[in-house]
Design a protein around this ligand. Structure first.
Ligand SMILES: [Ca+2]
Length: 248
């Protein structure tokens, strides 16, 4: 719907209102629905640093992985030592051939040391929350081929405002095909009270280990021009209602 459509909607409703009131109300409702559909149409990508875990290249490590907390400049932070890594699966047997969604490296979160499962958390702050916006967070989740005990690993993908979880998505690694990756999408509507707070992406795993790759975030906000039209339309309807009361 555009401004022309808006005008037509209003004029038609106004004309019909005088003859058949209920029909005009239905028409007005249809017009309003059109406005709301357009009001959420603007989408922008939120910059995620190192979204695919390709930096730095960890090939030189004997096991082709490095712990995040031993690296700088990755764009990601980790809370617990030695449980999150950047991994380059050079050797066959980690994932199915061609399974890595993007590039040649992934992140692994969580591990087991001496039979004890250590959870892991990766996070990145990506700017400020826009209150009223809707966010789509896309993450690929991987299930390594070895060993099968990995299947019981639980993972949680979250969007936070500061340290408050606005929304999260949970799953079990066993739901992902063995040796493969599957895309998961978390959609979060940011409540107005979170406006201006730090927007944080968080990836968590416990039980054994989850793999993550290709993290993408988009923000959907109402278009200012559309909101202005909507306010104008609302104002016109209000004026019309007042005029009608005066006439009576
Ligand atoms: Ca990658």
């Amino acid at each position: 719907m555009n401004s022309t459509h808006l005008s037509i909607c209003y004029l038609r409703g106004n004309l019909i209102w005088k003859r058949v009131g209920p029909l005009a109300r239905v028409l007005s409702a249809i017009c309003a629905a059109g406005f709301f559909a357009v009001a959420t149409a603007s989408a922008t990508s939120v910059i995620v640093v190192n979204p695919s875990f390709e930096t730095p290249n960890v090939f030189a490590d004997p096991f082709h992985f490095q712990y995040f907390d031993a690296l700088t400049g990755t764009g990601w932070q980790t809370s617990a030592g030695e449980t999150t890594t950047i991994f380059q699966p050079v050797l066959a047997g980690s994932y199915n051939p061609g399974a890595i969604p993007d590039g040649i490296q992934v992140a692994t979160v969580g591990r087991v040391i001496s039979g004890v499962a250590l959870p892991g958390t990766l996070w990145q702050d990506v700017g400020a929350v826009v209150g009223g916006a809707t966010y789509d967070l896309d993450v690929w989740v991987g299930n390594r081929l070895e060993p099968s005990i990995l299947d019981s690993t639980q993972y949680t993908i979250s969007l936070l405002a500061g340290t408050t979880v606005m929304g999260s998505l949970q799953g079990i690694i066993g739901d992902v095909p063995n040796g493969g990756f599957a895309q998961r999408q978390l959609t979060v509507a940011a409540a107005p009270q979170y406006d201006g707070q730090t927007l944080r992406i968080q990836l968590y795993a416990s039980g054994f280990q989850a793999s993550f790759d290709n993290v993408q975030l988009s923000e959907h906000t109402p278009e200012p021009a559309t909101l202005a039209l909507f306010a104008l339309g609302g104002g016109l309807l209000l004026l019309r209602a007042r005029r009608k009361r005066v006439v009576r």
